[in-house]
Design a protein around this ligand. Structure first.
Ligand SMILES: N[C@@H](CCC(=O)N[C@@H](CS)C(=O)NCC(=O)O)C(=O)O
Length: 207
């Protein structure tokens, strides 16, 4: 089996990197320089026609979209390692719900805030009212997450799973630029810390 991981540090690829480290599967890494435009080169576009990281090639088959990659890796390698529920179990249904929720509902609010506040984007494309509305939605999503985490350490089942990595990575990034008082969501704050302090994530952060 061969796995090649295309990534750039501190991007959407980081959560896939964390998941690969948790799973302990052997893989090769190819680092792309986004500022230099590596993502637009024909050889990379043949793998991800969107020209974005992350991408993964497994035995010649390309995958793109970080969530799709995590779901694939969970199904294929996570069950035996206790990091992903068995297909068809009730935990599997919960894993799909919370993973997709994290990327679409929670992730949607995070990206709206990012696009409307970050200096990466031209000032005249940023809209303060959009940012304010998205921040309210972000806080509503945090409340949902805090309720889910009442009386439990992880999102699905009784132990850490890749669902936690997928969501905690996105939230840790979001909280680096969104001015929200995380103390108002104590279960979320404790859960993020529990997840990001795992050795696999620390190894990715250390580069
Ligand atoms: N929804 C995609 C987002 C991928 C994405 O936007 N990647 C960014 C880095 S965070 C990228 O490669 N940008 C390069 C570009 O747009 O030129 C995923 O989760 O994989």
């Amino acid at each position: 089996m061969s796995i090649t991981f295309y990534y750039t540090p501190h991007t959407s690829a980081s959560r896939v990197h964390w998941v690969l480290e948790e799973l302990g599967v052997p893989y090769d890494k190819v680092k792309l320089d986004l500022r230099a435009g590596d993502q637009h080169k024909p050889e990379f576009l043949a793998i991800n026609p969107n020209g974005k990281v992350p991408a993964l090639v497994v035995d010649g088959t390309p995958l793109f979209e970080s969530l799709a990659i995590i779901l694939y890796l969970g199904d294929r390698f996570g069950v035996d390692k206790g990091l992903w529920p068995r297909v068809g179990s009730s935990e599997y249904a919960e894993a799909l719900s919370w993973s997709v929720w994290g990327s679409v509902t929670l992730g949607g609010t995070i990206f709206r805030i990012f696009f409307n506040t970050s200096e990466w984007f031209p000032a005249d494309s940023r809209n303060a009212l959009q940012a304010e509305a998205a921040t309210k939605e972000f806080e509503a999503a945090l409340k949902v997450l805090d309720q889910r985490l009442q009386g439990r350490e992880y999102l699905v089942g009784s132990g850490f799973t890749l669902v936690d990595a997928a969501n905690a990575a996105a939230l840790a990034w979001a909280l680096s630029f969104i001015k929200t008082d995380i103390a108002a969501y104590p279960a979320v704050g404790a859960w993020i810390e529990r997840c990001v302090s795992r050795p696999a994530n620390r190894a990715v952060e250390a580069g």
